[in-house]
Design a protein around this ligand. Structure first.
Ligand code: IPM
Ligand code: MG
Length: 355
């Protein structure tokens, strides 16, 4: 296979972890006789510094022409002022919209070797395996916003809007994924209060009964879901929800396996390239020190091979290599629990060797 892969290293530890993922992909290409052409482009704070724009036009063009996109992380203290007109996060929100990546897949899996790193008890988290589908290009994130001042009192608003087709397509994608897992889907909303949630629930229920009668389906309110996730996470398989609820719940769920440093995510549309990235941020406090955990990005590269390039065997080999290095006792500092640890590059070497 010939594939063009666009790398968006971004800010903070982004460049360090992307470098290791690129090495792993190059090793896969060599072993399986593929040709991957890598091309790096700017996004986030680095892009603001160099071009004034967190998502330069050249980056969008390159992503559109790519087979898949692998992103590091964006943001950092240098660009942290939330009231600044230009912010790194805008680059991320715009690339999602430009590539119409309406589905954000966030798998939350526990690694047996790391369960004790979880802030929750082993008997609660062990065996947790949830796949979140977070809607990514709609909802309150992209609703009409603004400020008004009436009689000297300033107020701000931002609308939450969901259309029927927006709900249909994400529910369908999640239900299809449920069929290939344990055939259970949970939809999360706030239909007791919010009108867009009432529409969401209505549409989800119709899609499920008309098109997926074989999939076991239930509905949970978002506040209750926040509780269930830490009291009985094993009861959930595939979970589908809107943009804002998905943002919050997946951060909560990311604590179940014990380290953010292990979790990949995929953003997909109905066609065109997907975008793959670690769930964690740019970790500016440890940037440039060579100690960041590259495994989430390496696992994101595996998701990329599976979901965008159709290379299931190769994806499985990367995941097996990651399990092997963990089983061999190799740990970066974030998952070492104070024991001996190795650096970013040594971890990349170990995965390449395990391949
Ligand atoms: C995420 C992040 C982003 C979001 C931010 C950085 C804009 O928190 O990918 O979950 O809110 O979607
Ligand atoms: Mg988030």
């Amino acid at each position: 296979m010939d594939a063009k892969i666009v790398l968006l290293p971004g800010d903070g530890i982004g460049p360090e972890i992307i470098k290791q993922a690129e090495r792993v992909l190059a090793a896969v290409a060599k072993r399986f006789n593929h040709r991957f052409a890598f091309e790096s482009h700017l996004i986030g704070g680095t892009a603001i510094d160099q071009t004034g724009d967190p998502l330069p036009a050249a980056t969008v063009e390159a992503c559109r022409a790519a087979g898949a996109v692998l992103l590091g992380a964006v943001g950092g203290p240098k660009w942290d002022d939330p009231s600044a007109a230009v912010r790194p996060e805008q680059g991320l929100l715009r690339i999602r919209k430009e590539l119409q990546l309406f589905a954000n897949l966030r798998p939350i899996q526990t690694f047996a070797e790391l369960v004790d790193a979880s802030p929750l008890k082993r008997e609660i988290v062990e065996g947790t395996d949830i796949l979140f589908f977070r809607e990514l290009t709609g909802g309150v994130y992209f609703g009409d916003s603004g400020r008004t001042t009436v009689d000297g009192v300033e107020s701000a608003h931002q609308s939450m809007v969901y259309s029927v087709p927006e709900v249909e397509r994400i529910v369908r994608m999640a239900a299809q994924a449920a069929r290939s897992r344990s055939n259970r889907l949970t939809s999360v909303d706030k239909a007791n209060v919010l009108e867009p949630s009432r529409l969401w629930r209505q549409v989800a229920q119709r899609v499920m009964s008309e098109e997926f009668p074989d999939v076991q389906y239930d509905v949970v309110l978002v506040d209750a879901m926040a509780m269930h996730l830490i009291s009985r996470p094993r009861d959930f398989d595939v979970v589908v929800t809107g943009n804002l609820f998905g943002d919050i719940l997946t951060d909560e769920a990311s604590m179940l396996p014990g380290s953010l440093g292990m979790l990949p995510s995929a953003s997909m549309g109905s066609d065109g390239p997907g975008l793959f990235e670690p769930i964690h941020g740019s970790a500016p406090d440890i940037a440039g020190r060579g100690i960041a955990n590259p495994l989430a990005t390496i696992l994101a590269a595996a998701m990329m091979l599976r979901h965008s390039l159709g290379l299931e065997d190769e994806a499985g080999k990367i995941e097996a290599a990651v399990r092997k290095v963990l089983a061999d006792g190799l740990r970066t500092a974030d998952i070492a629990g104070g024991q001996d640890s190795i650096g970013t590059e040594a971890m990349g070497n170990a995965v390449v060797a395990a391949l």
